[in-house]
Design a binder for this molecule. Structure first.
Ligand code: F6P
Length: 462
């Protein structure tokens, strides 16, 4: 990657960067590298491509790293004032734009766009401008800039003003709201978001459905797409990485521990999620409770292994949701559990090796989001599964477009139908399960992260 002082030829901008820092007891900083599609995607262009990743400092450790001038080559972390970041990230991005695109509001009471929202919106603008200015300052003539997600919707327009020479792309990792729901936003805010996005040469989405929703919003509310192109790039699972990583020793250890928790001879229904409102973990538990209630033959014979990792705990509604997941899991265990059988094995501490272990031994994977940009768990499980795994999949997940045919598809709001789908999945003959899993793995890996990234870069610079 380029040293941060050279002008960069390929730039990525995202709220969360590829590295984060923690202040240790002795005052030193410990760096932690993250994974994900963008990290492996960017590695595909090689160390000499002149790449720069612009991201925001998120933690106190990150801010300290910026102040001490500690950093990695090819990464520029922006020290945006904490209250500006919090208004932009918690206030606007996660509490408004995320809710709009995932249709999460309980509309009789929320949202309320008042003076506090207007202050947050001002800070969302400031935060976007900080990114646009950093990118404008670091980009070489005619460089390609790939802006990520709903945190940075205003950047393409702002950057276009500052640097008309650049090729600007924006990629949405979330769904896009249908017109009627998008219009919940104050009119001027809706227009500013669309105009900001339309400052890009090219917009990328995970599925045709989200791309069409954006096009409909811009046609209805912003006079059309203008010169902006819209493309679809369905990020796939990274098969090579997953297969190798899931056969390391720590995963085998976690499998042994999980098998003990589950108990011999029992079937497993696995889910792995951030504890995210859109993931629908609570209705998943309700469906499982129905399964145990209505089909008593499954008692003692099945375990719901649910990993629900903490997410966005600054927001009260996420903390409350997390508490509800725990409460319901306890309630099911109290109602149905026996001395030798815990019906729900819930883990809330993020552990990637344990997630892979659960993928390997799952009989059924439950992926039932109310709405999801893609959902990579649905794509990863079939790749990693040892003996084939039946996939119960929400029709509202982006992954449904590619995996729907070989999954057992559910309406995520219908817990009785989800309970039936779990039963069907648990009773699927092993040969059918194995065949479906093979086809699911094929579809899930059609566009690995490296290609996903290169495809966008090529389309942008063509
Ligand atoms: O789906 C959008 C997204 O930004 C993903 O890229 C990521 O998995 C998730 O949300 C994480 O959110 P956060 O950075 O708020 O933890």
């Amino acid at each position: 990657m380029a040293s941060t002082h050279d002008a960069a030829r390929v730039l990525v901008a995202s709220n969360r960067g590829p590295v984060s820092y923690e202040v240790q007891g002795d005052g030193s900083l410990r760096a932690k590298r993250g994974g994900g599609g963008l990290v492996s995607g960017l590695s595909a262009i090689g160390p000499d491509a002149g790449a720069l990743w612009v991201c925001s400092a998120l933690s106190d450790g990150d801010r300290e790293a910026v102040r001490r001038g500690v950093g990695e080559d090819g990464v520029r972390m922006l020290d945006i004032p904490a209250e500006v970041h919090s208004d932009a990230y918690n206030g606007v991005a996660n509490s408004v734009l995320w809710f709009v695109h995932h249709m999460l509001y309980q509309t009789p009471l929320e949202p309320v766009f008042d003076a506090a929202f207007r202050r947050q919106w001002e800070n969302y603008r400031r935060y976007n401008l900080a990114f646009a200015e950093a990118l404008a300052g670091d980009a070489a003539d005619g460089a390609a800039v790939l802006v990520q997600d709903y945190h940075l919707t205003l950047v393409p327009g702002m950057l276009r003003e500052l640097r008309p020479d650049l090729r600007i792309g924006h990629f949405s990792h979330t769904p896009w709201a249908p017109v009627d729901y998008f219009r919940i936003l104050p009119d001027d805010v809706a227009r500013e978001v669309l105009d900001g996005m339309l400052g890009a040469d090219r917009l990328g989405f995970l599925t045709r459905r989200w791309a069409d929703a954006f096009t409909a919003c811009s046609t209805e509310l912003a006079g059309g797409l203008g010169a902006t192109e819209v493309g679809v790039h369905g990020l796939g699972a990274d098969a090579d990485f997953l297969r190798a990583r899931s056969h390391e020793a720590d995963v085998a250890e976690r499998m042994a521990a999980l098998r003990t928790e589950i108990g011999a001879g029992r079937r497993t229904i696995v889910r792995v999620d951030r504890t995210e409102l859109s993931k629908n973990i609570v209705r998943g538990l309700l469906a499982y409770r129905h399964l145990l209630q209505d089909r008593p033959e499954w008692r003692e014979r099945v375990v719901h292994v649910a990993f629900a990792y903490p997410s966005r705990q600054d927001l009260a509604v996420y903390r409350e949701y997390t508490a509800e997941v725990r409460r319901l899991a306890d309630e099911i265990n109290d109602a149905f559990g026996t001395p030798g059988w815990t019906p729900v094995v819930l883990h809330v501490k993020d552990d990637f090796a344990r997630s892979l272990a659960a993928y390997r031994l799952a009989d059924v994977a439950l992926v039932n989001p109310v709405r999801d940009g893609m959902n990579l768990v649905a794509k990863e499980v079939p790749v990693v599964s040892d003996e084939g795994c039946a996939l119960v999949l929400s029709r509202e997940a982006g992954a449904y477009e590619e995996l729907g045919e070989d999954a057992i598809v559910v309406n995520p709001y219908d817990v009785l139908a989800t309970a039936d789908a779990l039963h069907e999945a648990l009773t699927m003959p092993p040969s059918e399960r194995a065949e479906r899993t093979k086809r699911l793995a094929g579809a899930a890996t059609a566009l690995p992260p490296e290609q996903w990234f290169l495809e966008q870069l090529r389309a942008l610079t063509a």
